[in-house]
Design a protein around this ligand. Sequence first.
Ligand code: SAM
Length: 275
Amino acid sequence: MSSTRRPLKSLGQNFLVDGNVIDKIIQAADIRPDQPVLEIGPGRGALTQHLAECAGRLVLIEFDHALAAWHADQRKDNPRVTVIDADVLKVDLEALLSETTEKWNVVANLPYNISTEVLFRLYGVHHRLSRMTLMLQKEVGDRLAAPPDCSAYGVTTVLLGLWFDITRAFVVHPGSFHPSPKVDSVVLNFIPRDKPRADVGDEEVFRAVVKSAFSMRRKTLSNCLRSAEFAKQIDCGELLEACGIDGRRRGETLSLEEFALLSRWVADHMPAPSE
Ligand code: SAM
């Protein structure tokens, strides 16, 4: 039976075994009866049973085929539950979440090895979400709340902070899992905002600007921006001067508003694509 097989390290399988923590996550997730819920990586179902009881609709995405098959069997009589046996990084989340006009509540104890990539994907579908309650490695969670000019401040801080109000619910110690991870974890609540925290103009450009600013953490902002794809089409010296930002600074010292300034200028000065 799936629940007795040894956990797979390659899939980040640290299963929750602490009933108190499970209850606290379900409470933090604040599921409404009519709401669709997405659980990423249900594993052995520590959270799933509770979610299946409260959610209007529940979609599970699990990459471990044996566990996915086990969930499908367990839930075969519940038409409100759908199991997707797939790598969440390959699932078209926009297509999945647009199947209903209701906004989704995402709940997950994320596999640590892919948590940052999953965060980027969830950021991409923020407009389809009503809430997220995610457990992350504490270090990754701390990054999301980091202020500028601190080593934890990075691409995830700036991008996720644009569209979500993020609050820390509680810290979870290694003993709450089987097997125990080496580090602490943290449960965070993400509430999508109606409007972004700053006017960044074109979001694709904003993402490119932010990613390039953090691309080489030891280099100056000027050098980082010059290595970006958009720098083939605009003059980065002019960009920095127009925005009043010293190019000798490091990317991690920039506030969200400064990234927004750079992004709007780049978007306004990119040549229109030739027909
Ligand atoms: N939710 C369960 C719990 O709290 O006990 C399991 C959490 S465990 C940390 C992460 C789960 O994500 C595992 O069940 C693992 O098989 C699954 N997983 C790992 N990589 C995945 C991927 N790329 N796509 C979907 N699920 C994945």
